[in-house]
Design a protein around this ligand. Structure first.
Ligand code: CP
Ligand code: NVA
Length: 309
């Protein structure tokens, strides 16, 4: 393949392409409503094709959703952690990319460093999909936006509010804002804000982003409240983070400040009593399990876009 279509960052992909991937995610989900989980999609477009799933860090949703996605699309996947592979013993990412390109039709990587992902993509002859890095988590946001739309939301009319750590998931919401037209408010305590150049770059592409330190003000009349762990994989200062970020817990006070039927999102895994109260994540406004399920449907649309049936 001369020009593989990689899915690395929502900032790099045209809005119209992302829109068509999301439309496809809705179509794929409704097309197999009555089918058992293990059955193939009617068209099973990737018979005989294989996606490598490589993990430098832990995963439940990403691992199972990509594997089931390939099965339902008629193909298969091979999962390995980096410590099972020679990259764990120092083989270069460049060589790994060239070798895997001879065996598989696509590669999904969850990497510690975003640079590892981009190096893999630059040296791969097959599409590379981002399964989360320290910089971003684009597949997650496609599933999140699918969840909002299937609950009747029109993204261009919506305000989404991120509360907590300005982390990799927050960055993907920022990168997607201009592409889908929602307004985004970001509320992080000092020391935990998203780097200013990422916000500025998104604004330069037309994103409507406000940074509002006070979480109550940030959630006022918002349509969606979004939280994520205060301690991401790779963070080494857990104790300090829990202390510093508790002011930005998603709790009943924030949900009460939000619009009447505001939706609560969290990519999971969650830590009840830390970034979110049990009353919110287990309450009636929470969409977190639909959101988790939609990883499967949204990623099938991403795989189709990359591998082009
Ligand atoms: N949300 C998410 O990516 O979950 P995993 O870490 O379990 O894959
Ligand atoms: N921000 C979290 C997301 C986990 C899916 C992390 O990087 O650990």
């Amino acid at each position: 393949m001369s020009n593989p279509k990689h899915f690395l960052s929502l900032a790099d992909i045209e809005a119209s392409e992302l829109r068509s991937i999301l439309n496809e995610a809705h179509r794929i989900k409704s097309a197999r409503k009555a089918l058992p989980k293990g059955h193939l999609d009617a068209d099973a477009p990737f018979k005989g094709e294989t996606l490598a799933l490589i993990f430098e860090k832990s995963s439940t949703r990403t691992r199972f959703s990509f594997d089931m996605a390939m099965r339902q699309l008629g193909g298969s996947s091979i999962t390995a952690t980096s410590s099972d592979m020679q990259i764990g013993r120092g083989e270069t990412i460049e060589d790994t990319a060239k070798v895997l390109s001879r065996f598989v039709d696509g590669i999904m990587l969850r990497a510690n460093k975003h640079d590892t992902l981009t190096t893999l993509a630059h040296n791969s002859d097959v599409p590379v999909i981002n399964g989360l890095t320290d910089y971003n988590h684009p597949c997650q946001i496609m599933a999140d936006l699918q969840t909002l739309e299937e609950r009747g939301g029109n993204l261009e009319d919506m305000t989404l509010t991120w509360v907590g750590d300005g982390n990799n998931v927050a960055v993907s919401f920022i990168n997607a804002a201009a592409k889908f037209g929602y307004k985004l408010r970001i509320s992080c305590p000092d020391g935990y804000t998203v780097p200013g150049q990422i916000v500025e770059a998104a604004r330069g592409r037309g994103a409507k982003i406000e940074t509002i330190t006070n979480p109550l003000n940030a959630c006022e009349n918002t349509d969606v409240v979004i939280a994520d762990t205060f301690v991401s994989m790779g963070d080494t200062d857990a104790e300090q983070r829990l202390k510093d970020l508790m002011s930005h817990q998603a709790n009943d006070a924030l949900m009460n400040a939000a619009a009447k039927n505001a939706i609560f999102l969290h990519c999971l895994p969650a830590h009840r009593g830390e970034e979110v109260s049990a009353s919110v994540i287990d309450g009636p406004q929470s969409a977190v399990f639909d959101e988790a399920e939609n990883r499967l449907h949204a990623q099938k649309a991403v795989i189709r876009w990359c591998l082009k049936a």
